[in-house]
Write a new protein. Structure first.
Length: 341
């Protein structure tokens, strides 16, 4: 069975391996053991807290229990930009008119902004290629919305997600090569790594504060503004199904799109139901039952599984093995999301 749970310090080795597998561009997951130790400690403190904090990290892993292996990751970050600046480029339109020439000129410009300060971010989504089947991608992606619904006061009214920007087959980012590199003088991987591990001070020091006219960039850089990485296409489609939309913000390094949605308007957050476990049966008896993503709502031992349930009159008949993993018994509550066809 696959189970989603909070990441632990003993996951460190596997998480570093996953960071290596994701390659450059996934800023939240650099292959740095010290960074991972700090993040795991922060995640433990966030899950262990009984009240909201200014900047929480709710980092979770997808574990294949039979293989004793971490095969996926996902996370929710609260209060972004409060401890260190969170930079984006806002894509705006400038319109100028000359009466002498009787001509109107329209330009796209990039403004360096901190507009998402205080927002909640979902990210760090990864799934081992061998497990990219059987709806596992949707399972790990939608699991975050159960946590958002269960701990709603801990999260902001707006949720965002940064998508990796387009890169060529060799991992080169045209947006970085023709813009960011001009100001920092280092490679994309180095800049991405520094941002993840050392913070954003170097961005504050060197990034231009004036608007950048998109028309002055080479065509290969202009064409990838707001274009996601090939491996992000499915994740973006899942977000759009939930109600997320592009709001004319892009990543300052690779030009990848940022999508957003009001928390209470996210489709799966609205669809979360709280049920009482009325009966436990052998898991095999629920093989043909309607499938649900199920959370135990116990933040001190948070777990999410996927299994069939028989739901009626506000109650649920549940499998014994799933109940054991979740730490639930008859009479206790669970939160559920129905799996869509």
């Amino acid at each position: 069975m696959l189970v989603i749970r909070p990441a632990r310090l003993d996951d460190l080795g596997q998480l570093v391996d996953i960071s290596v597998a994701t390659g450059p561009g996934m800023t939240s997951m650099p292959a740095d053991p010290d960074m991972w130790r700090r993040r795991l400690a922060h995640a433990e403190a966030s899950f262990g807290s009984r009240s909201p904090n200014d900047s929480g990290t709710y980092f979770m892993v997808l574990e294949d229990i039979a293989a004793n292996a971490v095969v996926g990751t996902t996370a929710i970050y609260t209060g972004i930009g409060r401890k260190r600046p969170f930079y984006s480029y806002k894509v705006s339109t400038l319109v100028n008119y000359s009466s002498q020439l009787d001509r109107t000129v329209t330009h796209k410009v990039l403004h360096l902004v901190n507009d998402y300060t205080g927002a909640t971010e979902i990210g760090s989504l990864y799934l081992d290629p061998a497990y990219r089947r059987d709806g596992n991608g949707a399972f790990i992606s939608r699991s975050r919305y159960l946590l958002l619904a269960s701990l709603r006061p801990r999260f902001a009214d707006v949720v965002i997600a940064e998508m990796r920007g387009w890169q060529d087959a060799h991992g080169n980012s045209p947006f970085w090569e023709h813009l960011g590199k001009k100001f920092f003088g280092i490679g994309f991987e180095n800049a991405d790594y520094m941002n993840a591990v050392n913070g954003t001070q170097f961005i504050s020091d060197l990034m231009p504060r004036y608007p950048i006219y998109v028309d002055l960039l080479p065509a290969e850089a202009r064409e990838v503004i707001g274009k996601p990485h090939a491996e992000s296409a499915k994740a973006l489609a899942l977000l759009e199904r939930e109600g997320f939309y592009c709001a004319d913000y892009v990543d300052i390094f690779d030009g990848g799109p940022t999508v957003q949605c009001r928390t209470d308007a996210i489709r799966s957050v609205r669809d979360v139901r709280r049920l009482e476990v009325t009966e436990l049966v052998d898991d095999g008896k629920l093989a043909d039952a309607r499938q649900y993503i199920i959370a135990n709502d116990d933040i001190s031992h948070y777990r999410i599984v996927r299994q069939g349930l028989v739901v009626a009159d506000g109650g649920a008949i549940m499998g014994r093995e799933a109940a054991r993993i979740l730490g639930r018994t008859a009479g206790q509550s669970i939160s559920v999301l129905e799996i869509r066809p």
